[in-house]
Design a protein around this ligand. Structure first.
Ligand SMILES: [Fe+2]
Length: 360
């Protein structure tokens, strides 16, 4: 069971009694200062034996993971704290796993060698990484992932205040990541009754609060969006993501389009594709999504998605973001087959090409 704290103060109070010896304190290089978290943790950092790890890059690179592992492997780490967006949390998950096993390892059935307590403090409301058992990194721009229940964080600290100060574009990307994850988990091959319940709740919460969160400074909406992100995270923790995520890694790793924006671009295409070629069950799932968004048919849902993106300030075509031609051979080599296999309709090369061309 994950422990949950609703303020930094309640967390630091709890932490005082835990007496961890050696802590890795991971923080996002921008958000830690802009959110005011640096002040909140000032005394904490003085009182505890923390190794500071500043996460400077947007995505996690495999070679950096090895370097970090080597740096900390002899330090007898018993706690990791991640404060930041999805990748600061994921970095903590990787290090927890590697340090527990004392080697770089991606899959294991063995018992956990060493217990390392991982606390996460999200500063964005979208990745849902605080609720999931997987982490993503890149090796030669190809996505590699760790999927193991042992890396589900042990404790989460929610602090609405941190979500408010992110730049508008960052907020929009995180909202669309979470919203896309919720939609994908509904049609995912591995969907269950429980995952669908989480996902529909997440969509309703996003729909009602996301634009208020993007434009207003009221903490109430940040809290609602954080709740939505968490529900979407719980949903994909059960189902995993599908087509839009599978095709998004090329846009992020090679073109530098932020994850949430990349997924949002692709989601609309998959709504159409999965609805057109899906079996009865998939069509029924999408009809329920249509209903949940309070529109009348698939075309209206696709139009609504595009208008949501525009309203949130996200460009809806790649040519409007970057001046670059589609390198389909490269794009195809980056497609994540595992996630694509979780899409309810299988895709051939031609389908993938058509989808990329449609968003270009
Ligand atoms: Fe995502």
């Amino acid at each position: 069971m994950q422990k949950e704290f609703n303020s930094v103060k309640s967390f630091t109070g709890y932490f005082r009694n835990k007496r961890f010896k050696n802590i890795i304190f991971i923080f996002g290089h921008k958000s830690f200062f802009s959110t005011g978290a640096s002040k909140d943790f000032d005394i904490f950092l003085k009182d505890n034996n923390c190794f500071l790890l500043e996460k400077k890059k947007e995505k996690i690179i495999y070679e950096d993971l090895i370097e970090q592992f080597n740096k900390y492997k002899e330090k007898d780490i018993d706690c990791i704290i991640s404060i930041g967006g999805g990748s600061a949390i994921d970095l903590g998950k990787f290090l927890k796993f590697f340090l527990a096993y004392k080697r770089i390892i991606f899959e294991t059935e063995e018992r956990y060698k060493k217990k390392i307590f991982h606390v996460v403090i999200p500063t964005t409301a979208g990745s849902g990484s605080e609720r999931t058992r997987f982490a993503v990194a890149y090796r030669n721009n190809i996505k590699i992932s760790l999927d193991n229940k042992l890396i589900l964080p042990d404790a989460v600290v929610f602090n609405k205040k941190y979500l408010m100060v992110a730049p508008e574009y960052v907020k929009a990307c995180s909202v669309f990541d979470g919203l896309s994850q919720a939609v994908e988990s509904i049609w995912a091959v591995r969907a269950t009754k429980l995952s669908r319940k989480y996902a529909f709740e997440a969509i309703k919460l996003y729909k009602k609060n996301m634009f208020r969160f993007l434009i207003s400074k009221e903490l109430l909406y940040a809290g609602k969006v954080q709740q939505a992100a968490s529900l979407a995270g719980k949903a994909i923790n059960i189902t995993r993501t599908t087509g839009p995520h599978a095709l998004s890694y090329f846009l992020t790793a090679d073109l530098g389009i932020p994850h949430g924006h990349a997924v949002a671009l692709l989601l609309k295409e998959f709504l159409e594709f999965n609805y057109t070629y899906g079996d009865k069950k998939t069509k029924k799932n999408i009809l329920e999504i249509i209903l949940c968004f309070s529109v009348k048919d698939i075309q209206s849902l696709c139009d609504l998605w595009i208008s949501f993106m525009k309203k949130a300030g996200l460009k809806t075509r790649i040519k409007d973001i970057l001046n670059v031609e589609l390198d389909f051979k490269k794009a195809l080599s980056r497609v994540n087959l595992e996630r694509l296999g979780n899409n309810p309709v299988s895709l051939g090369k031609k389908d993938i090409k058509k989808i990329y061309l449609n968003i270009w």
